[in-house]
Design a protein around this ligand. Sequence first.
Ligand code: MGD
Ligand code: MGD
Ligand code: SF4
Ligand code: MO
Length: 726
Amino acid sequence: MQNTGTHRTAAPGTATPTPTHCPYCALQCGMSLAPVEGGTVEVFERTDFPVNRGALCGKGRTAPQVLAPGARLTSPLVRSGDGALVPAGWDEALDRIAGNLERTRARYGADALGVFGGGGLTNEKAYALGKFARVVLGTSQIDYNGRFCMSSAAAAGTRAFGLDRGLPFPLEDIPRTGCVILVGSNPAETMPPFLRYLTELRENGGTLIVVDPRRTKTAEQADLHLAPRPGTDLALALGMLHLVVAEGRVDRAYVEERTSGWEEARAAAMAHWPEYVERITGVSVPELREAVRMFCAPDTAMVLTARGPEQQAKGTDTVGAWINLCLATGRAGRPLSGYGCLTGQGNGQGGREHGQKADQLPGYRKLTDPAARRHVAGVWGVDPDSLPGPGRSAYELLDALGTDVRSLLVMGSNPVVSAPRAAHVEGRLRSLDFLAVCDVVLSETAALADVVLPVTQWAEETGTTTNLEGRVLLRRRAITPPDGVRGDLEVLHSLAGRLGVEKGFPTEPEEVFEELRRASAGGPADYSGIDYRRLARENGVFWPCPAPPAPDGTDGTDGTDGTTDVPGAGSVPHPGTPRLFLDRFATDDGRARFVPVAHRPSAEEPDDEYPVLLTTGRVVAQYQSGAQTRRVAELNAAAPGPFVELHPRLAARLGAAEGDPLAVVSRRGRAVAPARITTGIRPDTVFMPFHWPGEGRANTLTNPALDPTSRMPEFKVCAVRVEVAR
Ligand SMILES: Nc1nc2c(c(=O)[nH]1)N[C@H]1C(S)=C(S)[C@@H](COP(=O)(O)OP(=O)(O)OC[C@H]3O[C@@H](n4cnc5c(=O)[nH]c(N)nc54)[C@H](O)[C@@H]3O)O[C@H]1N2
Ligand SMILES: Nc1nc2c(c(=O)[nH]1)N[C@H]1C(S)=C(S)[C@@H](COP(=O)(O)OP(=O)(O)OC[C@H]3O[C@@H](n4cnc5c(=O)[nH]c(N)nc54)[C@H](O)[C@@H]3O)O[C@H]1N2
Ligand code: SF4
Ligand SMILES: [Mo]
């Protein structure tokens, strides 16, 4: 089965295409799919979906190739006596998993069971996985790869605005603002159809500032490109705020009316003189002044961050500093102005709302909040006291494998490639008593498992995702899965049954969503007013979308055990909330909170032994750990393997020519990949994409230093030594 490209209309002999969404990134581009005789799947443009209006990147266009039986798993695998993974029946595989989890729990207690989820899972799966961990396994030890993704922006957004939704406005607002500062975001490679919004911004007379240590394809489109040293965005934002104050550009009326904490934040910024900031960041004072002028000149402006400033051990404070800049200039919670984070994975937004995060219950509720526990326990039909407390964050969980956590279930992540200090993480995974992995392919992590369960994919199952705008979408089943695979929901249902929980794990996604609605009702991410019928009719609904009050005048939930009488029965449906904070922020007093932050060095700064900075990121043709995209010939041809991007001056110093194998060595390990020489990177920095396992694995090198609030690892900065590999 393979795809043959994008077509505007269905060819004769093709079934009517089903509208659905791409499996990969958070843009969740709309597309239509139709099975064709001979086992191919065709992709059709879906121009009615406003986010991408038909446009797709190469990954989305070729995603159907991973549906082909030759590219994926179609039978469970179990570890045999001689150590090989061999095909097995579903019953045997599920029995093995249940038996091993049971044994571990009996011997070491429930917290010896770990669960590692993914931001690519649908809302229904993420919800069911969180419930499975807490209700069936009784463990606190669940977290997911979203911790590695947008957790710093989420923490900073919650701190400042009282609520975290990546973008508090729809993408369509971006071309209509006056200036956009894009911080550490490279959508030319990571979300190509999104570039249109930036092009339109400039066509409308708006300006674009890109902050990135590399002159990326995105930076090439900018009116101003600032190239700070990796890990210094916090100082950069503070330097800009300093100038805003010094130049009298503070929006005093707004600060007075809509914020709290300004004096402390102002004082902190005033300690960051432009000259001091220039020394830290390498961005000159005139460039800083120009950025401030461009940002402040128009009536409206936005700051958008992505992984560059967020994947730092000070990511939360860094995002906080950019939010402070928005607040001081009156650019948040107003039309066409605001701070936003560009979430990454397909369900990066929804995946962080419904309970697969260590400290969280569905509806973006806190596991430590007694009222939240009562509400969710009511929906689940369990005693609130039986719900475990918060567990370890993703890296801490991986680091505890084989010691405190003895058996692990992975669903939707490939940490052998994507976790920081990956060789260590791989070692921890190998030291487990038992590892089970549900995946669509034999990922590098699945290859270490004792049992691998092959699951259905995006196009073969229905479910909802929430895109980077907070728009809840319906992905529809468009084709029939091959024999031998089962859905993640079916896996959880079967394991729950084997572990003695017969009810509460339905296999129908819509049934799970109906329960999710009730569990989220009244929470920050309230989905109770959304249902599948509505999603099928509308091009998505933005949360919060509470159910309208029931006819009897109550809010639709009975308030004691959290069970709901049919949400939305009767009255006018809530329209959803494309734009947040226009009247008030989600804090107790309705004001946005300034947080005083100060620059601090990265966890690891260069020294004599490791004199160069390494930063990491993505290329357009590969997705994440590459587990899926490395199976597509066209994508491999475009991006065949890892590389080390470096400046000609550094290359000359090392005596390296284009294509020479370079050894990059950090305190964690050594990776080797060919040199790619470019003037588009700072001479003190090298860049590696992280999509590949093996010798060129970037995460062999990265530093697992964690942000104290978000527990985000410092993927974007560590100190390395670079030499030509002989
Ligand atoms: N092709 C492709 N697209 C993807 C993905 C993929 O794997 N491949 N993954 C999806 C996911 S999950 C995510 S999270 C998004 C990520 O999307 P992006 O955040 O756009 O991707 P990255 O390449 O990780 O990082 C963006 C930029 O940050 C820069 N950077 C590095 N260090 C620093 C720093 O210290 N400060 C600043 N300001 N910038 C820095 C890098 O040079 C890079 O150009 O992409 C999504 N889309
Ligand atoms: N050095 C460095 N490392 C990074 C980053 C970086 O910028 N630099 N970025 C980080 C970020 S932002 C992210 S999001 C992570 C992502 O890193 P990973 O979590 O490794 O992401 P994926 O490669 O998408 O892994 C998803 C796995 O789940 C499988 N899968 C897909 N859909 C489903 C499904 O529906 N069910 C099940 N059971 N399995 C499914 C896929 O085949 C794949 O094996 O990497 C992080 N690691
Ligand atoms: S930009 Fe993202 S959602 Fe759109 S086609 Fe590419 S990978 Fe899929
Ligand atoms: Mo991500």
